[in-house]
Design a protein around this ligand. Structure first.
Ligand SMILES: [Zn+2]
Length: 268
């Protein structure tokens, strides 16, 4: 091997090793160009931007507290319970739920209005939490936007051009598309999180069916069309019937959701 080639190989190996991270969901190694500290820095920088672009937080502390309680309960049984998680309900009529790197999970008023039980809410938050825990958004961001662009904007000043740049990047982050494999992991591991947190796993399927029946609502993430909704419902049903066939009755909490969300959503 020539000296030059040896040096190149060594650089490549070093690079691969420093960028390796295990996906806690699959147990497999994958190349990760963003560190967990950078995940948190990105989330911290872009979360307020996203809130601003999506109508701000719903100005009702009781609603925020309820969403946070359900979310933290699921986060505590996830593969990464020590990360600091932030859940927020946004004052936006679109039907959406999405996650940012570093522990930030959002759900919109439009989606909250469509759901009927706390367990369905738990299903959606669990799906988004898997994207955070498995660091799917970090993977997609590094491929579709570029780590350097994102991180330089994180440290950028408040000059008008810098602000516009961050606004544009925020739009790109909101519209990121996860892979089919990511969505399947989020659905199936999300189902495990629901059960561990004491929720009826059928509610994940119910949430999908409710959203599917809304003709004009296309969610950014949770109601992703890849895999197709039929496919997602099929593999979730199969997992419930095989792995969770003998569960005792678990929590659905229809009345709690009615009281905490549906009766409160227009009370502010
Ligand atoms: Zn997803």
């Amino acid at each position: 091997m020539s000296k030059k080639l040896a040096a190149l190989t060594l650089t490549l190996i070093t690079c691969l090793c420093t960028g390796c991270a295990v996906n806690p969901i699959t147990g497999r190694q994958r190349l990760m160009l963003i560190s967990e500290e950078q995940d948190i820095a990105i989330g911290r920088k872009y979360a307020p931007q996203i809130e601003k672009q999506m109508g701000g937080k719903i100005p009702n502390p009781a609603i925020q507290h309820y969403i946070d309680t359900v979310g933290q309960n699921i986060a505590s049984v996830s593969h990464n319970p020590t990360l600091q998680y932030h859940f927020a309900a946004l004052n936006h009529n679109s039907v959406n739920a999405f996650a940012l790197p570093g522990g930030y999970v959002f759900i919109t008023k439009g989606m909250l209005e469509k759901l009927q039980t706390e367990a369905q809410l738990a299903g959606i938050l669990a799906h988004e939490l898997v994207h955070v825990v498995a660091r799917h958004s970090s993977e997609v961001i590094s491929r579709q936007i570029g780590v350097n662009i994102l991180l330089s904007a994180v440290t950028a000043d408040e000059a008008p051009q810098a602000v516009t740049r961050v606004t544009n990047l925020t739009r790109q982050i909101i519209s990121l598309k996860y892979s089919r494999e990511h969505e399947q992991q989020a659905d199936l591991a999300g189902l495990d999180y629901m059960v561990r947190a004491g929720y009826d796993p059928h509610a994940m399927i119910e949430a999908m069916q409710i959203l599917q029946s809304q003709p004009d609502s296309v969610s950014i993430d949770f109601f992703s069309t890849h895999p197709t909704p039929q496919n997602r419902i099929a593999y979730l049903t199969e997992k419930i019937q095989t792995r969770y066939r003998n569960l005792p009755p678990l929590r659905t909490a229809r009345q709690d959701y009615q009281n905490a969300i549906l009766n409160q959503l227009h009370n502010y």
